[in-house]
Design a protein. Structure first.
Length: 264
């Protein structure tokens, strides 16, 4: 059982430095599945800070990391740890599983980001094709300029880009105009309200069709019921993720899950 940090407790830069030094940041991995075969295609890295005062969610400490400048050091840690865990997954016989990590606007604007990524890939001997960088449409980015800089570097290196939480902001189509995404992740709110009315289902169906017209595979986040999974499969959604399949798991439990999945 997790003890969550009390609301009102502020996150300080010194706390973050201590947390990094003492390995207090832990990773959980939530599998992504092919809806038709139920095969694991990737795992998304979800981070938690297991501080002395309790578990701190990312939305509380990530902004402080970005404002303090510690996000750059943290990016090195994140890449090294997640790719090291991916190496364990591949060595256990699941060599076609990819690692999806969330990348913020601040990280994307870091001119040393690609150098940091390449270093982590070289150290862990992971092929770039197995790294997916997820960005959210809520991040204010100069898309035309970045298309010719960092995103061009991603493409040349063979690193995939996914658009996370699609449909939550007015800028959705602007992102699709400029960037070549390899996966479109539909926000879980669309899945949660799937059974509410015909309008919700129609919008979700149109999003899936849009992805296919643009030749972008579509993943539905937050699948929790059999009814949701069946509807998405019938409406040609490609991939799925959510508690119906698996909760986020630490690496040791993930390995057990993958083994059981393979045996079944």
């Amino acid at each position: 059982m997790f003890l969550f940090k009390k609301k009102g407790q502020k996150v300080s830069e010194s706390d973050l430095k201590r947390g990094l030094k003492n390995n207090e940041f832990v990773f959980y991995y939530q599998p992504e599945f092919d809806l038709k075969t139920e095969k694991v295609i990737a795992v998304e890295a979800l981070m938690r800070w297991d501080s002395p005062t309790g578990i701190v969610p990312p939305n509380e400490f990530i902004p402080v990391l970005e404002q303090s400048g510690l996000i750059h050091k943290f990016t090195e840690f994140l890449l090294h740890q997640t790719l090291t865990d991916l190496k364990k997954i591949h060595e256990a016989g699941y060599s076609d599983v990819a690692m999806a990590i969330n990348v913020s606007g601040v990280q994307l604007k870091d001119k040393t980001l690609m150098k940091t990524i390449k270093k982590a890939l070289d150290e862990t001997k992971i092929s770039p094709q197995f790294l997916e960088c997820e960005i959210t449409e809520t991040q204010p980015l100069d898309l035309p300029a970045m298309k010719e800089t960092i995103f061009k570097e991603f493409a040349e290196a063979g690193i995939k880009i996914s658009l996370d939480d699609f449909g939550t902001c007015y800028s959705s189509f602007n992102y699709l105009r400029y960037l070549d995404f390899k996966k479109l992740k539909i926000d879980c709110d669309f899945i949660r309200t799937l059974g509410d009315n015909v309008r919700n289902r129609t919008i979700l169906s149109l999003i899936i069709q849009l992805g296919h017209i643009l030749k972008i595979p579509v993943l539905a986040e937050g699948i929790e019921t059999t009814e949701q999974k069946v509807w998405l499969e019938k409406n040609n959604c490609d991939f799925g993720q959510g508690f119906w399949f698996s909760r986020p798991l630490p690496i040791d439990q993930l390995m057990i899950f993958l083994k059981k999945k393979k045996e079944n």
